[in-house]
Design a protein around this ligand. Structure first.
Ligand code: GUN
Length: 288
């Protein structure tokens, strides 16, 4: 078997076209969606992510604001910047790029973001809403994966979804979103014993561990759908995922590549959340 490719670039492009239409409609009514990104320090991966976020938001017709702060910025000053954006009516989405330097309390910063502008879906209030299935901003990577599965016609109800990784950004919310669509969900992580015994049961396998080419055909059931959230460099410095693509594609029925799989979807969902936020804010403004 050779797996069908789940093309995040194509799906992301289609979705960004829809988002652009939404932005145009909103702008015509006098309300331009605005996204602000705060980048602290010079982390090269973060710089690349932030550049891509800025470029995509401008392409979608949004206002884009990038605030660069030095790695030595105080927690207080960072919080003051967040607060300023909370009170700026032209900004509908605020994203503080993680990780932050060690001297800054990440939780405190996330909690300082106005939940109605928290387009990352990281604020505890929004995490709580997601847990109980209330409408809110969904974290971009798992949200993007759900959209990719939907647009690829992959059924979720009744399927066994196995997730490797339990981060707050990907693994944990991923399980919740799949559960809400009636999957049976198993979480695996670094302390899981006999990992293949779990992953071999997966109809849908989500891999988010941050180890280059860690998952091989030995972990995958025949015909499984494999979603690779990894973004690593291989021994030749080439971009690769957490899944050994060449080995996995022989047994999987569908698989996401790296690059060109989950990555483009994450940014797309950030734009979707920002549009959603602007639509709510502008509706509210009009009814006042
Ligand atoms: N760092 C890695 N992924 C993300 C993300 O989705 N949002 C933010 N804010 N920081 C990140």
């Amino acid at each position: 078997m050779t797996a069908k490719l789940i093309d995040g670039v194509a799906i992301g492009k289609e979705l960004r076209g829809e988002i652009k239409q939404g932005v145009d409609v909103l702008e015509a009514s006098g309300c331009k969606p605005g996204l602000a990104v705060i980048l602290v320090g010079e982390n090269p991966a973060s710089q690349t992510y932030v550049k891509n976020k800025e470029k995509s938001s401008v392409e979608a017709g949004m206002k884009s604001e990038l605030i660069r702060l030095p790695a030595t910025v105080s927690e207080q000053e960072l919080l003051a910047n967040v607060n300023k954006l909370n009170n700026d009516d032209s900004i509908h989405g605020i994203l503080v790029q993680l990780p932050l330097p060690d001297h800054i309390d990440e939780d405190l910063v996330i909690q300082a973001i106005d939940p109605s502008k928290d387009v990352d879906g990281f604020h505890p209030q929004n995490v709580g809403k997601m847990m109980i299935g209330q409408e809110t901003f969904l974290p971009c990577t798992p949200h993007g994966i759900m959209e990719m599965l939907k647009r690829s016609g992959i059924e979720i109800a009744g399927k066994h979804a196995v997730i490797i990784g339990r981060s707050n950004i990907v693994g944990k919310p991923m399980g919740q979103l799949l559960l809400q669509k009636d999957a049976t969900v198993t979480y695996c992580h670094s302390r899981t014993k006999d990992l293949p015994s779990f992953t071999k049961q997966a109809d849908i396998l989500i891999v988010a561990i941050g180890r280059a080419k860690f998952v091989t055909d030995e972990h995958i059931k025949d015909g499984a759908v494999v979603i690779d959230v990894g973004m690593n460099r291989d021994e030749n410095g080439k971009l690769c995922g957490d899944v050994d693509f060449e080995k996995a594609k022989k047994v999987a029925s569908a698989i996401t590549p790296v690059p060109g799989g989950v990555g483009p979807m994450t940014i797309t969902m950030l734009l979707k959340n920002t549009l959603q936020s602007a639509e709510m804010a502008c509706r509210k403004e009009k009814s006042n």
